[in-house]
Design a protein around this ligand. Structure first.
Ligand SMILES: [Zn+2]
Length: 325
């Protein structure tokens, strides 16, 4: 089933849909069961369609009153090995891979119910979330889709790490990681993807989390990675990737870092029209960048696809999946 077949173009505005990019949600609820990679706890997740201009909202169904936590950068509460959001003492952990998949599919509005504190890790990538959503289909809504168009460069740093957003027509992302390890040295540490001609679903969504086996005890000592296994991460010993079947992409490591950054940036609440450059940036710096951008109101503006086209005189193509109708 292709996205083209699942998108509803019926109704009086069908003709206008050809030229105006509109908001999207899923066609009907879809469930998944998995474990939290950090908590190790079993979790049931239900994604439900949501109304226009409501954004992505997480709901904790295991807590009385089913409190919700909106997926916004200002609510990021913890960035130790993953990105957590919290409000009113209610936390939702490890949101970045799901947020990345939602960006990749151009989903603007969604309710995500969880029966525990953490989004299921699935296979450690965003691929299973993409597949789940494609199974139920995507529908266009009436409201125009809005972007955050970067108008001035913003840079944040933390030691040697750096993260930048700058003006660009469309969305482009590059990442460099620095790690002097025999296994990492065998694979690309830098990638640049221009999503005008790269498919997120094909080229990025299946990149898994990864880590050195010898660092696992340190993470588990602080109650992280309690659910980690070779079913949800790429494990690396002193000499090689130990997963049966090896890597999914030759540059899977750096692509996963891009997948993470895309998910962290989607907590801005709208997709970015601009260029992201990350140098060793992780969840903390990605969130620092998002917060810095939101504070600098002269560095961005909310723009519809139509606005961006008028300003630039050509199509601000974001990524093929979002335009597959
Ligand atoms: Zn990740």
């Amino acid at each position: 089933m292709s996205l083209d077949e699942t998108v509803d173009q019926s109704g009086p505005d069908a003709e206008e849909n050809q030229t105006m990019l509109r908001q999207r949600t899923i066609r009907k609820p879809v469930h998944a069961i998995g474990i939290g990679v950090h908590s190790g706890k079993k979790v049931r997740m239900t994604m439900r369609p949501a109304g226009e201009n409501t954004g992505i909202t997480f709901v904790r169904t295991d807590i009385q009153g089913h409190p919700s936590v909106p997926a916004v950068a200002q609510l990021v509460s913890d960035t130790t090995l993953s990105t957590s959001i919290a409000t009113g003492g209610v936390q939702v952990a490890t949101v970045e891979h799901l947020m990345s998949a939602l960006w990749g599919l151009g989903i603007d509005n969604l309710i995500v119910e969880l029966s525990s504190e953490e989004v299921p890790i699935m296979d450690g990538s965003a691929g299973p979330f993409v597949d789940l959503i494609k199974t139920v289909g995507i529908v266009t809504q009436n409201a125009p889709k809005a972007f955050i168009r970067i108008t001035r460069e913003i840079e944040v740093t933390q030691g040697d790490a750096r993260a930048v957003l700058r003006p660009f027509t469309g969305f482009k992302a590059s990442y460099t990681f620095v790690a002097d390890h025999e296994v990492y040295n065998r694979y690309p540490k830098r990638a640049t993807l221009n999503f005008s001609n790269v498919s997120y679903c094909d080229e990025v969504s299946r990149a898994r989390s990864f880590g050195l086996l010898k660092e696992l005890p340190q993470a588990q000592a602080i109650n992280r990675c309690l659910g980690s296994s070779l079913q949800n991460a790429v494990g690396i010993d002193d000499e090689a990737v130990i997963n049966e079947g090896g890597l999914r992409y030759h540059d899977e490591f750096v692509k996963h870092k891009l997948l993470d950054a895309i998910g962290d940036l989607y907590l801005l609440g709208r997709p970015v029209l601009g260029e992201f450059v990350g140098h060793m940036s992780g969840h903390a710096l990605n969130n620092k960048l998002a917060r810095a951008l939101l504070r600098c109101e002269d560095a961005w503006e909310v723009a519809t696809f139509e606005d961006a086209r008028r300003l630039r005189g050509r199509e601000p193509i974001v990524q093929p999946e979002a335009l597959a109708f």
